[in-house]
Design a protein around this ligand. Structure first.
Ligand SMILES: Cc1ncc(COP(=O)(O)O)c(C=O)c1O
Length: 402
């Protein structure tokens, strides 16, 4: 993690294929492109790995979230239940769709909890934006049950969980629509890119048109077809797709190595009293991009972070480090700052974002420390790292706060 660890001749070959044709656009130019269609190949590879019936590549994970909401029919005035712990793109996409985010509690899975979701449902709730955080997965069985009971649309932001699965099905495929990010810090990268997935053909068609100004892409001549819906430009370019294609093929290997090293670290660190880990609804489906340590409390986590910094170990806490993944850092959102009017300026916010009562989320994120797993580590390095991390945690646990 991230996929850039494994850049090699495979990525260069795919990029070169594109450069030799000179066609950087994913549509048209059939005569010049020598049958090189990297965006299509990238989508086929994502379908192969995830088992999705439909996959549509776009310019980023953020625009893939936007496509997911649009294609699932979430829009003006709808309330969407969102987690306070995610990359802010999940919440931005809800607002820019014209919908209203309603924050609910997460739990030790680091994702929205079933109880949190239940407490946030109102008669206006249309959808749940379920974000599978830090390479793992949410409690899908219980959450799907809630969706059924309350007739809610499930959208899965699996931006951080490409390669993860729950009971054998890839995350991203439980909801009406789902999406993955392939930015520079993900298990596989395009540089910038994202993919929206669905098993629903109509959703796929909506996303395909939405991401390209409404073109329906029927026939061979883009520009001369029909426009079933309004859209915008969220297209991916052929070079980005070419990189994503080569990277996606490497995901099974990266995931296997990640799992091996995460297991080694977990085995060693679980010997220390006071060290826990985020929960996984299906441990066998973990993409294992992150080791997520849960300490007894926020104060201890702060001392551990200080010890890590002193020892140059890495690792971060989303509470103390400005990682931009927790609502505490989203002042602009809480204060509803925007250059243009947002739905909350017109319709009113469904919650007071400056006075949210999310104690479980605060407490969980406060005692969380995450480490990115690197598939290029050697076993000896992982053992040495486990020793170093363990030493820091023991020092911090032994320190009695003044
Ligand atoms: C959960 C989640 N959703 C969406 C995104 C946005 O992806 P991108 O950076 O590709 O726009 C990210 C990026 O980190 C993410 O972590």
């Amino acid at each position: 993690m991230p996929g850039t660890e494994l850049f090699g001749i495979e990525e260069k070959k795919e990029i070169n294929d594109v450069l030799e044709t000179g066609i950087l656009f994913r549509y048209n130019h059939d005569a010049q492109r020598n049958n090189i269609w990297k965006a299509r190949e990238f989508e086929a590879e994502v379908k192969k790995i995830t088992g999705a019936k439909f996959a549509h590549a776009v310019s980023s994970g953020s625009t893939a979230v936007a496509c997911s909401l649009y294609a699932a029919g979430v829009g003006a005035g709808d309330e969407v239940i969102v987690p306070p712990f995610t990359y802010i793109a999940s919440v931005e996409a809800v607002l820019f769709a014209g919908a209203l985010p309603v924050f609910a509690e997460i739990d030790e899975s680091l994702c929205l909890s079933p109880e949190g979701i239940r407490a946030a449902i109102t008669p206006k709730t249309k959808a749940i934006m379920l974000v599978h955080m830090c390479g793992g997965m949410a409690k899908l069985d219980e959450i799907l049950k809630i969706c059924k009971e309350h007739n809610l649309t499930l959208i899965e932001d699996a931006g951080q969980a490409f390669g993860a699965s729950y009971k054998g099905t890839s995350v991203g495929l439980f909801g009406k629509t789902g999406c993955y990010s392939f930015d520079f810090f993900k298990i596989a990268t395009c540089g910038e890119g994202g993919v929206m997935v669905t098993n629903d053909e109509q959703c796929y068609k909506y996303a395909d048109s939405y991401s390209d100004h409404g073109h329906d892409h029927v026939g061979n001549n883009r520009g001369m077809e029909n426009h079933p819906v309004l859209g915008f430009n969220y297209r991916i370019g052929e070079i980005n797709a070419a990189i994503g294609l080569a990277q996606t093929r490497k995901v099974p290997y990266i995931r296997e190595k990640n799992r091996e090293y995460k297991k080694l670290l977990t085995t060693e660190l679980s010997k220390i009293a006071g060290v826990g880990f985020s929960t996984l609804a299906d441990p066998a489906g973990d993409s294992a991009t992150f080791l997520n340590i849960l300490l007894p409390d926020t104060e201890t986590a702060k001392r551990v972070v200080d010890e890590f910094n002193k020892a140059g170990v890495g690792g971060f806490n989303y509470w103390f480090t400005n990682m931009y993944h927790f609502i505490n850092q989203w002042n602009h959102l809480r204060d509803l700052k925007s250059a243009a009017k947002l739905p909350i300026h017109v319709l009113g916010a469904p919650q007071d974002y400056n006075n949210l009562n999310l104690p479980k989320s605060q407490e969980t994120v406060g005692r969380l420390i995450s480490f990115g797993i690197r598939c290029t580590w050697k076993e000896e390095e992982v053992k040495a790292l486990a020793h170093k991390i363990g030493g820091c945690i023991k020092n911090a646990l032994a320190t009695v706060p003044a």
